[in-house]
Design a protein around this ligand. Sequence first.
Ligand SMILES: [Zn+2]
Length: 172
Amino acid sequence: MDIEIIEMAERKARFVLKNSSPAMANALRRTLLMDLPKMAIDKVEFHLGPIMSEDDREYESTTPLFDEVIAHRLGMIPVPTDLDVFVPQSECSCGGVGCPSCSIIYSLHRIGPCTVMSQDLLPLGDPSLKVKDEFIPIVELTDRQAVLIYATAVMGTARTHVKWQVCIGVGY
Ligand SMILES: [Zn+2]
């Protein structure tokens, strides 16, 4: 099996598979879908109780969506992954407790009325870990509503959950 790369862009790759068979091409397709590791938000903590704004107004930590729905939406947002920096939590020297080598912590603090977007997720630490797709809507807040969230991203594969799927539309 030989691979000749034709195009390798940030979000797209094309290559010629030589000396192979449809079965091998399909195995490769399934591996690209299921086995490539990436970071995705896996744990979300919601602040409960009143949230104060900078001008000392008090807001309710309520949204029109259930917390579970917001957590699911956060999980599906693509998170930058550098395989030279991050390792799976199960293989990390921290023993899976969580450290800068195996997890990214994002904060999300918005006060209504507004539409909370993926660009509102701010990484604690390295600013290069900011989410690249900025305009994915998460939840719409009305007046006096607010969210304060801490979300932790860890590495995984799509064998566990589709939020860790790296490739889409793989075909031959
Ligand atoms: Zn760690």
